[in-house]
Ligand binder design. Sequence first.
Ligand SMILES: CC(C)(COP(=O)(O)OP(=O)(O)OC[C@H]1O[C@@H](n2cnc3c(N)ncnc32)[C@H](O)[C@@H]1OP(=O)(O)O)[C@@H](O)C(=O)NCCC(=O)NCCS
Length: 215
Amino acid sequence: MTALDEELVVVARSTTLEPPLDRGTERVAHLRAVTLAALAEAASFRGAKLGPLEKDERDAPRPSGGWHWSISHTSQGALGLAVASVSRSPVGVDAEVVGRGRPELALHVLSPAERALLATLNEAAAFARAWTAKEAVLKKLGLGLMALSELRLEDAAGDQGVLLRGDTRHAVEWLSVPPFVLAVAGKARERVDWRVDPRLRAGEHDERRRGRSRS
Ligand SMILES: CC(C)(COP(=O)(O)OP(=O)(O)OC[C@H]1O[C@@H](n2cnc3c(N)ncnc32)[C@H](O)[C@@H]1OP(=O)(O)O)[C@@H](O)C(=O)NCCC(=O)NCCS
């Protein structure tokens, strides 16, 4: 196994969703195109040659050319975000806007015990971390939201967490790029190489960030 095999590459790209890309099918098509570009970039970093991108009956990506892949896309106002990873082993990525609640799922996402593990964060940031971590693991396993309540956050320290499903532990790593939080689930002990669009890191979107809590 080479050193690179121990490294999980995650690419995050931003995009501007201004008219006519701000709504409806144009918005979806644009975000999808940016996501595919992020996926191609992740494949290139890994030296992966992906074949056709197919999904199974649960919508989970099928391995392509021997590589596992995962994508996520979201947006806040005019700021769109696309995240992708390509790996030799199963991988799941998720990105969400901090502060965008899902009240109907609240109990499954963040129990009081899980909240205690994220005690240093405010409520919105803690919810976003638990939610993205669980979605990343569900995607890694090819499961849908139906399995959400099977996952439990067992440990969290800084940007690293551990989720439990049955007897199996799943490592996750987070990255905070306000107004978003990203999570990736791969193999345990993999170093995560976050390749984030400088615009996201540089806070060009400070205006949108103002007044929001940071995670
Ligand atoms: C996985 C899921 C929670 C992600 O939803 P989301 O946070 O709104 O969206 P994201 O942008 O983060 O992720 C979307 C991507 O996740 C991937 N994905 C969807 N379902 C997946 C699954 N079961 N496993 C792994 N990845 C999945 C797809 O690549 C999808 O991209 P696409 O919409 O461009 O095709 C949600 O799509 C889901 O629950 N899907 C399962 C549906 C299901 O169980 N269907 C059963 C039909 S029998």
